[in-house]
Design a binder for this molecule. Structure first.
Ligand code: SF4
Ligand code: SF4
Length: 138
């Protein structure tokens, strides 16, 4: 696995800025964990290699089958890697009233993360996060 620890402080800074922006709009979330059951929600969580490397540098990834319908970091319906979770996890809220606003925020931070990858000459692959964690995207 390629490691680019130089990205870590910068991605942490990007996430911090994002969290401050999200706190200002507060789309509401009761932390029920349903959206981390991808099959139930019928959605796929996408992420970039820079985000999954940040996760892998900071937490242990439990054994899992990428075809399974639930995120392996979800335990007792709680995210166990909140501090290191991906952009898609942070920006997803099931409240439909915020769909467009959240889409704009997602694109803004996606671009910031991509710019970081370019600046630090880090490989950029954007794919389903479960596949990225298993390196099954090629
Ligand atoms: S965004 Fe919605 S589905 Fe996901 S944890 Fe929050 S309330 Fe539950
Ligand atoms: S990393 Fe956390 S927030 Fe993201 S899908 Fe998995 S359990 Fe949910």
């Amino acid at each position: 696995m390629n490691h680019h620890p130089e990205n870590s402080p910068e991605i942490a800074e990007i996430y911090k800025e994002l969290e401050a922006e999200l706190a200002g709009i507060d789309p509401g979330c009761n932390a029920c964990g349903t959206c981390c059951h991808f099959d139930e929600f019928n959605h796929v969580l996408y992420a970039s290699t820079i985000e999954t490397e940040y996760i892998q540098e900071n937490v242990e990834v439990p054994p899992f089958d990428p075809a399974q319908g639930t995120c392996p970091f979800l335990i007792d319906n709680k995210c166990t890697i909140r501090e290191h979770r991906a952009l898609g996890c942070r920006v997803f809220f099931c409240n439909p009233a915020y769909k467009e606003t959240l889409q704009e925020i997602y694109e803004k931070y996606y671009t910031m993360i991509k710019d970081l990858a370019v600046k630090n000459q880090t490989e950029w692959i954007y794919a389903p996060m479960m596949k990225l964690l298993k390196k099954e995207y090629k």
